[in-house]
Structure formats: C-alpha cells, structure tokens
Design a protein around this ligand. Structure first.
Ligand SMILES: O=C(O)C(=O)C[C@@H](O)CO
Ligand SMILES: [Mg+2]
Length: 390
C-alpha cells in the first residue's frame, strides 16, 4: 500500500456565531496593554481537514485547528511531498521525515500541528486497512467506557453559569471544568470575582463532583501564587495553565507548592517538550492534544512516558483523535468533552465538520469495536455554511 495523494482543505465557518459574553475567559493577551479583542486569536472558527488517499482507495482523515491556513500551506508545500509514494505502515519513518525535514523552523507550534494532521490521517488509513479501530492498534481497550468531564462554563453571569452547571449535572456529568474571567489586570476586584464564580459553581455541583479550574495562560506567577491558597477550600482537582506555556519554571514553582495540582500541556509539543515538563515536575496532569503534539505517533510515546512518571494524561479537547489514545492506556483516566452548542469560541466546530464523534451518555463515552480507523467521516449537513479553501 502506498500513499497516492494528500489533500488539505480549510473549512471556514460562515454560519451563525454566538459572541463571547462577559469576561468569558482569561488568556495570555489579557496582560498586554490596550488590548481590545483579547480572545480573537484563541477562536477556532476554521479548521484544516486533511484527506490522504492510498493506491488501494483508502482515504484517511486528519485535522488541525491551530492557524489553519498556515497549517495547510505547510502541508501542501513541505509535508505532502515527504509522504506521497510511501507506505503508511512506515509511520515512524514518515513522522521522522516530516519532523527532521522541518526541524530548522518547525519543532513546535503550527508545524507540529500540521505534522499531527498528516499523522492522524495515516493512522486512520492503518486502522481502515486492517478493519480495526485505531485504539486496537495502540494497546486496545483498557476501560469498559471512558469517563469524561463537561468542559465549558465560561465566565458569564453567575446565575447563567449555575443554570448551565445544573443542566449538565442533571445529564449525569460527574466532573466539570470552568473558566476564570479575571487576571492580574483586574486587581483585587478581579480576585473577588474569580472566587465568587468558583463558589457559585460549587454551590450547584456540590463536593462529590470534580471541579477543574482553567486560567488559559491569563495569569502570571505572582497572581497565581496569591490565588492558590484562596482557591484551596473549593477542592479543585486541578488548576490549568495558570501561566504562559513557556514559563516552565513558573509551573514547577506552583506545582511544588502542593496546594492544588497544576495541569498543562495543551500548548506543548513533541516527546521532548513533555519530557521537560515531567523532569521538572512542572505539571501533575498532562494535557497534550493529539492534533497538536505530533499526532498519534507522538502521543503514544508520551503516554508511555507519563506512565513511567506516574502522571495522568487527560488530553485537551477530547474528540476522536484523543479518545483512541485515552481508551488504549491506563495512564489516561478520563477525557475532556466539549458539548454540542451553537458556534461560540469554536471549540464546538468539530461537531459541524465531522460525523462519528461519540456523544456523552451519563458522563461516559464509548468507542465502538466495529468501526475501523478513527471513526470519523465528513459531515454534509452544514457544508453550505462553510467557505472551503482548496
Ligand atoms: O478546553 C481547554 O482546556 C481549553 O483550553 C479550551 C480553550 O478554548 C479555552 O477555553
Ligand atoms: Mg485548557
């Protein structure tokens, strides 16, 4: 079997979007002076979809949501020629070709995300070629079903947030992640607002349910050090990305305080990036995203690393490309779950592009043994609401 063609297309959402409400979500841009549209670079309103076809007619699907037009250009210009004519079963060789050929300017960020998309499509082909779901090629079923946590609860009106939490508590979710709306720029008033929002959610979900707190890199070390003791009484399972991804010393210092486990990794890349985080004890929960970190070939190795360091892997974002990894390793106890909503920040957009994503049932996800590959197909229902760039 040989790879015949690689097609990368950008799906740009042109349909209705819900504008972010209130303070919505702290993020790295909050600390920059005179910033008006701080969430704009963290919206995911377009995605790159990669289709790789083999000479025996199998089509593998991959995707990437980071800087989609740039990812497409990297795939078209650099990665496609490296894999065309090659045997997809030589996936490690192909991964190394892509990684090393782009090493001078790639390594992390959008290049690794582009490599991830190609790698995902290759693994989809492998599964389809032997009529097995991808998780069966990675170690198989390590759990009857995958526990998942509800991930939304952006900082809006507190009553609206409570209603949202109640609605999904009633649907059987046993773990929730909420977003902070405030950071250092909002001074003591923002500290109070942040505490109020956690209190409001705990009021609804109680203390028999896990609660995770997301900063999305919108704090700094000094602010996070002040916040940790104040947040401890709410018993969060973890505090996520308190500082920017490059501040590994900051993560290590906060994690060493042993007040709340610190999580991170959704903006880290490759086996080496995660070895560094683990060696420095910078995070207590690893959150790579398979469509950023280097695809299944890289994520599978990182799972092994996390197993050896006894650090749980709870990948960013959920979605099929992560669920196969979660199903096939004991190092991964749970998955993130972005519910189906109207398009807002864009975390929901994959529901509009793909069919086959599992829907949470009573706080669990199931992967089918009888669906080969990653289990996704391209959806046609919303095609007229996308502008597609070939
Ligand atoms: O789900 C997460 O962990 C994210 O960081 C998502 C991002 O869009 C911020 O909410
Ligand atoms: Mg996050």
């Amino acid at each position: 079997m040989k790879i015949k063609s690689v097609r990368a297309r950008v799906y740009e959402w042109k349909g209705k979007t819900v504008p972010p409400q209130g303070n919505f979500c702290s993020n790295a841009m909050d600390l920059v002076y005179s910033n008006t549209e701080s969430m704009s670079t963290f919206r995911f309103h377009s995605w790159t979809v990669v289709e790789i076809e083999t000479d025996d007619g199998i089509i593998g699907l991959g995707n990437v949501a980071l800087a989609p037009k740039v990812a497409k250009a990297i795939i078209d210009e650099y990665l496609a020629p490296l894999v065309i004519g090659q045997d997809p079963w030589d996936y490690e060789y192909l991964w190394q070709r892509m990684y090393r050929a782009t090493h001078a300017w790639g390594r992390k960020g959008v290049t690794m995300a582009a490599i991830s998309a190609v790698d995902l499509a290759i693994w989809d082909i492998l599964g389809k070629s032997v009529n097995k779901p991808v998780f069966k090629l990675l170690g198989g079923r390590t759990k009857e079903k995958i526990p998942c946590y509800y991930s939304k609860l952006y900082r809006t009106d507190l009553k609206d947030m409570q209603d949202e939490a109640q609605k999904f508590l009633d649907q059987g979710f046993k773990a929730f992640k909420m977003r902070f709306g405030y950071g250092p720029a909002h001074l003591q008033d923002g500290v109070r607002e942040n505490l109020k929002s956690v209190e409001a959610i705990r009021e609804v979900i109680g203390y028999d349910t896990d609660l995770m707190l997301e900063c999305y890199m919108g704090w700094n070390l000094e602010y996070a050090k002040r916040m940790l003791p104040k947040l401890a009484r709410f018993e969060p399972r973890w505090l996520e990305e308190p500082v920017i991804a490059d501040d590994i010393d900051g993560y290590a210092e906060l994690n060493a305080m042993n007040i709340i486990p610190i999580s991170g990794g959704e903006h880290e890349f490759s086996l080496y990036g995660f070895k560094q985080l683990l060696d420095r004890k910078a995070v207590s929960v690893v959150q790579y995203d398979t469509n950023r970190v280097g695809g299944i070939t890289a994520a599978h190795k990182i799972n092994a690393l996390c197993e050896a360091y006894s650090v749980p892997v709870i990948p960013h974002a959920g979605q099929m490309h992560n669920y196969h990894l979660t199903m096939s390793t004991l190092a991964s106890p749970m998955a993130e779950y972005f519910p189906i909503f109207d398009v807002e920040v864009g975390n929901e957009l994959f529901w509009y592009i793909f069919d086959g994503e599992p829907v949470a049932d009573n706080g669990f996800l199931q992967l089918r043994d009888d669906v080969p590959g990653l289990g996704l197909t391209l959806k046609t229902e919303y095609l007229d609401q996308f502008h597609i760039i070939e």
